[in-house]
Design a binder for this molecule. Sequence first.
Ligand code: NAD
Length: 280
Amino acid sequence: MGAGIALVAARAGCEVLLHDIHAGSLDAAIERIHKGFAKQIQEGLISTSEGESALRLIRTTQTLGEMADRHLILEAAPEILEIKCDLFRQLGAICKPEVVFASNTSSISITKLGAMSGRDALVAGMHFMNPVPVMKLVELIRGLRTSDETIALLSRLADRMGKIPVESKDSPGFIVNRLLMPMVNEAIFALAEGIATADMIDKAMTHGTNHPIGPLALADRIGLDTVLHICEILYQEFGDPKFRPCPLLRKYVEAGWLGRKSARGFYIYPHSSMSKDTVT
Ligand SMILES: NC(=O)c1ccc[n+]([C@@H]2O[C@H](COP(=O)([O-])OP(=O)(O)OC[C@H]3O[C@@H](n4cnc5c(N)ncnc54)[C@H](O)[C@@H]3O)[C@@H](O)[C@H]2O)c1
């Protein structure tokens, strides 16, 4: 998600400093960004020189301290509360006091991240959809103490990126994942119960309800670890058994079958083509 956000930000003319703790993730992100721009050039969405100048706006770092001179922080670390809280605490100490922090979290409390940062009025959710360069929606999430100015600034940024902002209150899963995750999780239960194969479940939903992608293929695209984290947060926060993660989902994550990013999830993704073959 970080690579996609960096791409759309650079396309909107923003200077981007992409931070990650792993050098390999930064290399992979730069490769994805190159491919992303190449695709947009090939599809005639941008010119070669536009792609090249956007690419020149992106730098990478493994040193969080280098974020000190940034005008805005967009956080897209893993969906793990401790990691995000720690980052917001550190960024709160490093960045200038007027800088807005936006989290791409799918389900974690913005109000909690705001409290960690020491600047709660300047913290909001800015939840992009996957794949970021393609999907139009951005959810803007207002924590209990988020200011109108913060939401207005992120709304202007979303416009500049060519996205459609929708505002949501700070409630677990916000709008999209509150509705989407129970469906994805239920599809995994249906698979675990042997009701149908992965391919048949996905076909049923694409051809029967006009979804552009089936729930299991979508889970593979999101990342099964991320799906599990979101389901766990929904379950913990609401305390409602309807959100309990399917044990098969947990097993796949334990096996390291995380979907596209590990080349295997509910489908196998041969590296060359990324086309899918059913395995379950
Ligand atoms: N995957 C999706 O479809 C999707 C969609 C919308 C929102 N999100 C949200 O975006 C965020 C990232 O999701 P993702 O799927 O890109 O996860 P990911 O696991 O693919 O990427 C997370 C990156 O964060 C890096 N990282 C780990 N600890 C870090 C730290 N302390 N500081 C900086 N970087 C660190 C990892 O090296 C990795 O490159 C999550 O909050 C997720 O809920 C994901």
